[in-house]
Write a protein that binds this ligand. Structure first.
Ligand code: AGP
Length: 603
């Protein structure tokens, strides 16, 4: 969580920091702040809430500084207020710091600083106070680096730091372990950031700082060291992304743009898998014998990524007759999972940064399992830890609610299932060409207008229920999460056959139930569920490609028809659009839902 930035160059630093932070706001938006070095004095400006509040605060202030650091926060330790906002400054005013991550032993470290009056409730402040204690006005650059390394060695937890020292205005220092940090290399200027989107308008030349690395940037130079202060080579990579890819363009929100990009995410992911011969280097022996694979495949993820995993488990079991176990990463990491050297563990994560998923991967590796990562960020920690990476090519996903990344994840999973089937001479109901065939259907169709008359009603409800069977159950689970996440309407998904085992008690004349029905072999059973719901007087909105079922519910949304097994690619879109439209109707910003942030880098 949290986004951090740093700039050193010739430009007015406050403007640049704000521009950098704007593109990292998806990482947290509880508060924002900057620290500037004005002629050897560290100046802090902070504001509670969105970055726009900080912009308003500094609008008429004129700074001459050309170096500074900035932060946009998702609160973990301490309320989301101005006092707890980053940057933090040492009591003696010598050091300012921004942090992404968690300092687990901050209470213990505080004992070293009994004479210091702490201002905030954050875990971070202890780091800046320690640095303030060790770095004096006389410290040269080398001594400062030594003290940063010293403090890093004392810390338990994860961090990316950008650090400024008052009497060294021409340098910004940094250190990283466990949280993302990149350096943008410009001409006569250099940058620090948590993620690539921040830097794209300024430079495409990036250095990925690795765990256990630290260093300094000036306008002209970048120096990277390990914690023993041994200098490392600067490996600059050119990023093949344009600033437009992380801008709104003709859309008013990223979520709307990203839903529309679902078809692109499908096509791009599949094209890459084929062109890059992605499965060429996978350990084939692991996937060759279905009887061995059964009960040895584990899918682990969180949130939307887990919903993609649920769908894959269902399809893999149904098509390849392979047993798959599935876990929330937060559960897997603490349950002593039944895995060993024969196991294949598949970790799905858009960001590749999710703390629970990373911890689960580390655990699986310890147990000797073969770890496959499906991620949208090739340079992420999950990618670097996994034995094999299947990249998704959805492009940067900015909105907190994951949409196009989900579509890319199920594309990669379907491709993996096809590969497993081929390897085992198993005939399945689709191939990659069929998936390519669905791309245009997804691109050209939208349910936005079809929802039009229903949205107002839905938004009056405190709870909305979803029902589905088979793959449709996993899709409505994702639909319910999306609706909850951005419109704050309580939404729950039920397996059609389970209604009468309890949840039917919730259904009355007031209830709206959204039923998804895309599988021919489950029509009769799902119609039973609809009948049970209607009998209780509830309103049913049926979403289906079977037009003849139109009159089975009070409202009907007709889906375009593709092979049943590929219907998830189509059916997810109206569910994502429903969530988006409800957020809009309620005047909520779907890109920045309350209390949430894009990547959950803490437990
Ligand atoms: C999705 O809309 C959510 N914001 C969330 O559930 C997300 O999918 C989850 O936190 C996992 O993130 P990851 O894919 O980056 O690991």
């Amino acid at each position: 969580m949290c986004g951090l930035v740093g700039y050193i160059g010739q430009k007015s630093v406050s403007d640049v920091l704000v521009q950098l932070l704007e593109r990292l706001e998806y990482r947290g938006y509880d508060s924002a702040g900057i620290a500037l070095n004005e002629n050897g004095k560290l100046i802090l400006e902070k504001s509670q809430g969105l970055l726009v509040n900080l912009c308003n605060k500094i609008e008429n202030k004129h700074f001459s500084a050309t170096s500074g650091i900035g932060h946009t926060r998702w609160a973990t330790h301490g309320k989301p207020n101005e006092r707890n906002a980053h940057p933090h400054i040492s009591e003696n005013g010598q050091v300012a710091l921004v942090h992404n991550g968690i300092i687990e032993n901050y209470n213990k470290l505080k004992n070293e600083l009994k004479d210091i009056k702490f201002i905030s409730e954050t875990d971070t402040e202890v780091v800046v106070q320690l640095l303030g204690k060790y770095i004096t006005k006389k410290s040269d650059e080398n001594h400062i680096l030594q003290q940063i390394a010293r403090v890093c060695e004392m810390i338990k937890g994860s961090y990316a730091f950008a650090i400024m020292v008052a009497h060294i205005p021409n340098k910004i220092f940094f250190a990283k372990k466990g949280s993302p940090l990149i350096i943008g290399c410009g001409k006569g200027e250099n940058f620090l950031a948590s993620d690539i989107p921040a830097l794209l308008p300024f430079t495409n030349n990036i250095i990925y700082v690795k765990d256990g690395e630290m260093g300094e940037i000036s306008a002209e130079q970048i120096k990277i060291f390990d914690f023993k202060l041994k200098q490392k080579n600067n490996i600059i990579k050119k990023i093949n992304l344009s600033p437009e890819q992380v801008m709104l363009g003709n859309y008013s929100t990223f979520m709307e743009k990203e839903i529309a990009q679902g078809s692109y995410a499908m096509q791009n992911t599949l094209e890459h898998i084929i062109k890059d011969r992605t499965f060429y280097k996978i350990k084939k022996t692991k996937f060759q014998d279905l009887s061995m694979m059964s009960s040895n495949i584990h899918i682990v993820a969180c949130g939307t990524a887990l919903h993609a995993g649920m769908l894959a488990k269902y399809v893999l079991e149904k098509e390849c007759r392979v047993g798959v176990s599935l876990d929330y990463a937060s559960e897997f990491r603490y349950k002593k999972p039944l895995i060993n050297k024969k196991s294949i563990c598949i970790f799905i994560s858009q960001s590749g940064e999710t703390a629970d998923t990373i911890a689960s991967l580390e655990l699986a590796k310890k147990c000797g399992a073969y770890c496959v990562a499906i991620t949208n960020v090739i340079t992420s920690r999950i990618s670097s830890l996994a034995d094999f990476v299947i990249p998704t090519y959805a492009g940067p996903e900015i909105a907190v609610a994951s949409t196009k990344a989900y579509v890319a994840q199920i594309t990669a999973l379907y491709a993996l299932i096809e590969f497993v089937a081929k390897l085992n001479n198993k005939k399945i109901k689709y191939n990659s060409n069929d998936i390519f065939g669905v791309v245009k259907t997804v691109e050209n169709w939208s349910a936005k207008l079809l929802w039009h008359d229903l949205i107002k009603d839905i938004c009056t409800k405190e709870s909305i229920y979803f029902v589905g069977r088979g793959v449709d159950f996993y899709l409505v689970k994702e639909g319910a999460l999306k609706l909850t996440e951005i419109s704050y309407i309580h939404a729950e998904a039920f397996a059609g056959g389970e209604l009468k085992h309890g949840s039917l008690a919730l259904i009355n004349e007031e209830a709206i139930v959204i039923v998804l029905l895309t599988q021919k072999d489950l029509i009769d059973k799902t119609l039973n569920a609809i009948a049970e719901i209607k009998t209780r007087g509830a309103t049913v909105i049926l979403i289906s490609q079977f037009e003849y079922l139109k009159n089975c519910a009070q409202h009907f949304i007709l889906l375009p028809k593709v092979k049943d097994i590929l219907m998830p690619f189509v059916a997810i879109k109206p569910l994502q659009e429903l969530a988006f439209l409800c957020a809009k109707e309620k005047n909520l910003n779907p890109d920045k839902p309350r209390n949430l942030a894009k990547s959950v880098t803490v437990e």
